[in-house]
Design a protein. Structure first.
Ligand SMILES: *[C@@H]1O[C@H](CO)[C@@H](O)[C@H](O)[C@H]1NC(C)=O
Ligand SMILES: *[C@@H]1O[C@H](CO)[C@@H](O)[C@H](O)[C@H]1NC(C)=O
Length: 373
């Protein structure tokens, strides 16, 4: 197995230093989404005292090299703190802080999708939108081969790997379990974990959360995943079709409800929302991966429990539909629905904004003309 040199460094020696007292000073790690809309970056500074809330964390900046920002300019960018978590690596009172990125003129960058999502959530606040997202990912060695797979060849393809246990079925449980603990410690609203359909593929769930918080918590959970993987010398990929051929892809299934859907008689509101979604399929597909649908075109093939990227569909308990109404919701007559289209590498802010615009703000037209790739 090709592991990174990071994992060979002595964690015992590290612990010796980590136990040193640090006085009143607090380490705060600022985390932001880069110009690809997928990558995360971070850097750490010392504050004189513990921030009690996000308002105590000062703005910071970084030099945005043109390599990573599409307008080609090299200039300072502002880091605006938006959500505060405890640091599970250097331990509380040290903090992790998720930031929005603004340009030197204080306009959001084009990959700062939180800014407009936040405005839409404020407009839709009266409907109390809740989101729950299921993040699928695959573990890789640094040679980009799936972690634990035989060097030359493939694991048993028909093994039932989803929610499995046992040495011949489960790869990398240490990583998923450490990530789960790290999320709980940090204060991320993680709901659970399980193995997924492909060996070395895992899923964690975040939510349910109301409004913008869901996106903040999912991004922090992704940061923690990449950081935990460093300790183990492996890589987590969110690519929506990491292995070509007869293997499952990776999605970010999104549960959604409004207060009206959750209350008695809610099924009618769910059906109305699905009707609205059916008229805006191509808009949603464009919002559901960072490449305007091109990534999802590898995944949404109509097989491996996915719908076709070209057609909208919905059904009770149908995992091959764009929208699934869970069986229990059909029985109870209220609850939520699951949008199965978002790709694993989606920006949750874009997904949440699109669903809310269509289902709550009743935006229908104009749908900008654009082909599904
Ligand atoms: C979303 O709903 C499904 C059932 O349809 C459930 O299994 C899953 O845990 C939910 N996920 C979140 C994050 O709420
Ligand atoms: C589920 O939805 C897909 C896509 O619309 C459809 O082809 C399939 O027949 C449906 N399955 C069931 C059991 O209704």
């Amino acid at each position: 197995i090709a592991m990174s040199a990071n994992s060979d460094l002595s964690k015992t020696v590290r612990d010796k230093y980590m136990r040193l007292p640090q006085g009143d000073k607090v380490q705060v790690t600022y985390i932001w989404i880069d110009g690809t809309g997928e990558g995360l970056h971070c850097k750490t500074r010392t504050l004189e005292s513990e921030p009690k809330g996000i308002e105590d964390v000062p703005e910071w900046n970084f030099f945005g090299s043109s390599v990573f920002w599409s307008d080609g300019s090299n200039s300072d960018m502002y880091l605006v703190p938006v959500c505060l978590f405890k640091d599970p690596f250097t331990l509380d009172r040290n903090k992790l802080v998720l930031c929005e990125v603004l340009r030197h003129n204080r306009e959001p960058t084009e990959t700062n999708l939180r800014s407009s999502c936040h405005q839409v959530m404020e407009q839709a606040g009266h409907s109390h939108p809740w989101f729950g997202m299921e993040q699928e990912y695959l573990l890789l060695g640094i040679d980009k081969h799936p972690f634990g797979w035989p060097k030359n060849g493939y694991p048993e393809p028909k093994g039932s790997y989803s929610c499995s246990v046992g040495t011949n079925k489960v790869y990398g449980r240490d990583i998923a379990e450490c990530h789960y603990k790290a999320c709980l410690y940090a204060g991320v609203k993680i709901a659970g974990i399980n193995t997924e359909a492909m060996p070395s593929q895992w899923e964690f769930q975040v939510g349910p959360g109301e409004g913008i918080a869901m996106g903040d918590h999912l991004w922090m959970a992704r940061f923690l995943l990449h950081r935990v993987c460093e300790d183990f010398g492996v890589v987590a990929t969110l690519d929506p079709k990491p292995m070509t051929g007869n293997w499952y892809g990776a999605g970010c299934h999104t549960n959604f409800s409004t207060e009206a859907m959750r209350n008695q008689g809610g099924l009618q509101h769910i059906e109305e929302a699905i009707e609205k979604l059916s008229k805006r399929h191509s808009y949603h597909i464009r919002m559901y991966d960072p490449k305007g649908g091109a990534d999802n075109s590898r995944r949404l093939t109509g097989s491996h429990e996915t719908s076709s990227i070209h057609e909208f569909s919905a059904g009770i308990n149908n995992r091959s539909a764009s929208i699934r109404i869970p069986h229990q919701v059909g029985q109870d007559g209220c609850g939520y629905f699951e949008d199965r289209r978002p790709a694993a590498n989606c920006d949750p802010y874009a997904v949440m904004e699109a669903i809310t615009r269509t289902c709550v703000l009743n935006e229908a037209e104009p749908v900008p003309a654009g082909e599904v790739p």
